[in-house]
Ligand binder design. Structure first.
Ligand code: ZN
Length: 470
C-alpha cells in the first residue's frame, strides 16, 4: 500500500506548486481548438483560434465536404468562409490572430470515407484522428496546437495526442497535426494500465469480446511489461490503445501512429480466448514501435525490422515465450529477409520480405556484432535505449543518420552506421546457416535444439535471458 500511496503524494505536491497565482500554464499555443461533440460524437462543433499570417486552412484529403457552415470572424462579426475541396478560404486571418468556426459531420464522414487512417466506425464508436476534423493552416507555423474537447454524457473522447496542461486538453507541436495520433468518440470502456515509468490507456470500443474486460487489461499490462523490460522503461509516459472488437477469430491487425503522442489500434475477434491473448505477439510488436522515432518512408524497413526482431526477445525475457520458440521463429523468418535477384538494398527494395525480415536481419546482425565487439557487454538493447534516452520515440520524426548516430554512441561501437553503409544501398547476402552453427542453433523442421559448445553460445543465451548480464 505504501508504495502505491507515494506517487499520489508526489502528484498532490505538484498540484499545490502549480496552483493559485500561476496565470498561464505554458506558452500560448499557436493554434487552439475548442471542440464540442454532440451525442455519440456524430457531429462536432469546432471553434479555432489561429495565429495570423495565413489565408487558407485544410483538413485531411477528402474530408472537406464534411466541414459545414464554416465562418471566419471579421471586425467583430462572423462571415461565411468559402470552402473549395478540403480547403477553407480565410482571407481575414492574413493580418493577425483570428477565429474560425464550423460544424464537422463526423458520422457522415465515417460512413462515406471508411478508411482506418482517416475516419471509420466500429460498433458505436467513431474513429478519426484530429487531422481529419481540425482545419489547420496550410503553412506550418512553429509552436504548438491545443485541443479542448467536451462531450455529452455517455460519449467520451479518447486520443493518443499527449494530454495538455489542463484536464480535457491535448497538446503537441503544430507540425504534428497533419498526421496526429488515432482518436475517437463514443461509448468507450476505458481503463488505465500502469507501465514502467508510464501508463497505457486502454479504450475498448463497443462490441462482443470472448474474454473479460480484465483479460484485456492483463494482455495490455503484459505487453507493456515486456516492452518496458527491453527498453528499460515503457517508451512513452502515456500511450493509448484502442481495442476494436471484430467478428473474426482471434487477435487481428494492429497499427501504431505517433507524431505528438502515441496510439495503437488493434482488432480483437470475438473468438479470441484468454490463452490466445497470453501468447499474442501483435500488441507487443505495436508497443515496440512506440520506442522508435518516425523515419522517412524509405527507411520503414528499420522501423518494422526493430519491431519484428525485438518482439520475441522482449517476450522471452519477460518469461512469456520460450527461447526455443524465439530461435525457431528466427530460423524460419529471417530467410524471408535475404535479398532476391534484382535487390537494390534495404533503402530501395520495399517488398514485404525485405521490409519486415530484411529489417529484422539488419537488427540481428547488428546485435551479434555489437555483442561480439564488446565481449557481450553491450547489445542492440543499449543502442535502442540510447535512442530513446535522446528523445527518439514515436512522438517525433528523425532522419535515419540521427538514429544510427545515437544508437552507435550508446554502444561505443559504430556498428549501425557501418552496417547501414553496407546494406542500405546494395544487396548483401548473409550466410545464415553459418551463423546458426556459430550460435549453436540446430534446426530440425519446426523444432530447434541448442549446442552449448558453439563459439557464440553465451551470446545466444544472453539474448533471451530473463536477467540482463551486468
Ligand atoms: Zn510494425
Amino acid at each position: 500500500m505504501a508504495a502505491r500511496t507515494l506517487p499520489c503524494l508526489l502528484g498532490l505536491a505538484g498540484t499545490v506548486l502549480a496552483a493559485p497565482g500561476t496565470p498561464s500554464r505554458g506558452p500560448k499555443p499557436a493554434w487552439s481548438y475548442e471542440v464540442a461533440a454532440g451525442p455519440g460524437g456524430r457531429e462536432l462543433g469546432v471553434e479555432a483560434q489561429i495565429e495570423g499570417g495565413v489565408t487558407e486552412l485544410t483538413v485531411d484529403d477528402g474530408l472537406g465536404p464534411f466541414v459545414q457552415q464554416a465562418e471566419v470572424e471579421r471586425n467583430g462579426g462572423w462571415i461565411a468562409a468559402e470552402r473549395r475541396g478540403d480547403r477553407l478560404s480565410v482571407p481575414s486571418c492574413a493580418a493577425g490572430p483570428c477565429r474560425v468556426r464550423y460544424r464537422f459531420l463526423l458520422e457522415q464522414a465515417v460512413t462515406e470515407v471508411h478508411d482506418r487512417n482517416r475516419a471509420f466506425a466500429q460498433g458505436g464508436a467513431l474513429l478519426a484522428p484530429p487531422s481529419s476534423w481540425l482545419a489547420r493552416p496550410l503553412v506550418e507555423a512553429p509552436g504548438r496546437y491545443r485541443i479542448r474537447v467536451s462531450t455529452p454524457p455517455g460519449t467520451s473522447f479518447v486520443s493518443g495526442v499527449f494530454p495538455g496542461p489542463e484536464a480535457g486538453t491535448y497538446e503537441a507541436e503544430t507540425s504534428d497535426l497533419a498526421e496526429a495520433p488515432y482518436s475517437g468518440f463514443g461509448p468507450f470502456d476505458e481503463s488505465r494500465v500502469p507501465a514502467e515509468e508510464g501508463s497505457v490507456e486502454v479504450a475498448v470500443a463497443p462490441g462482443d469480446l470472448g474474454v473479460s474486460r480484465a483479460a484485456i487489461d492483463e494482455w495490455a499490462r503484459r505487453a507493456a511489461a515486456a516492452v518496458g523490460g527491453y527498453y528499460g522503461r515503457f517508451p512513452l509516459r502515456r500511450a493509448l490503445v484502442i481495442v476494436l472488437p471484430s467478428n473474426r477469430g482471434r487477435v487481428g491487425f494492429g497499427t501504431t501512429l505517433g507524431n505528438g503522442g502515441g496510439s495503437i489500434m488493434i482488432w480483437v475477434g470475438r473468438g479470441a480466448t484468454s490463452a490466445q491473448l497470453a501468447s499474442d505477439w501483435v500488441l507487443t510488436h505495436e508497443m515496440i514501435h512506440l520506442g522508435i522515432p518516425n523515419l522517412p518512408r524509405t527507411h520503414r524497413w528499420l522501423e518494422e525490422g526493430i519491431a519484428t526482431y525485438v518482439e520475441p526477445l522482449a517476450r522471452a525475457r519477460a518469461g512469456t515465450l520460450p527461447a526455443e520458440e524465439v530461435w525457431a521463429g528466427l530460423v524460419k523468418g529471417l530467410p524471408n529477409g535475404l535479398p532476391e535477384a534484382g535487390d537494390r538494398g534495404l533503402d530501395r527494395t520495399h517488398t514485404w520480405g525485405r521490409t519486415y525480415w530484411g529489417g529484422a536481419l539488419f537488427c540481428f546482425l547488428a546485435d551479434l556484432e555489437i555483442r561480439e565487439r564488446t565481449r557481450n557487454r553491450r547489445s542492440l538493447d543499449d543502442a535502442l535505449r540510447g535512442i530513446l534516452a535522446a528523445g527518439g520515440d514515436i512522438a517525433v520524426s528523425w532522419p535515419l543518420d540521427r538514429l544510427l548516430r545515437e544508437g552507435d554512441r550508446a554502444t561505443g561501437v559504430p556498428v549501425l552506421a557501418t552496417l547501414h553503409a553496407r546494406m542500405g544501398a546494395k544487396a548483401e547476402d548473409v550466410d545464415l546457416d553459418a551463423l546458426w552453427r556459430r550460435l549453436g542453433v540446430r534446426a530440425a523442421g519446426e523444432e530447434v535444439s541448442f549446442d552449448d559448445k558453439a563459439p557464440l553460445a553465451a551470446i545466444r543465451r544472453s539474448m533471451t535471458a530473463r536477467e540482463r548480464e551486468p
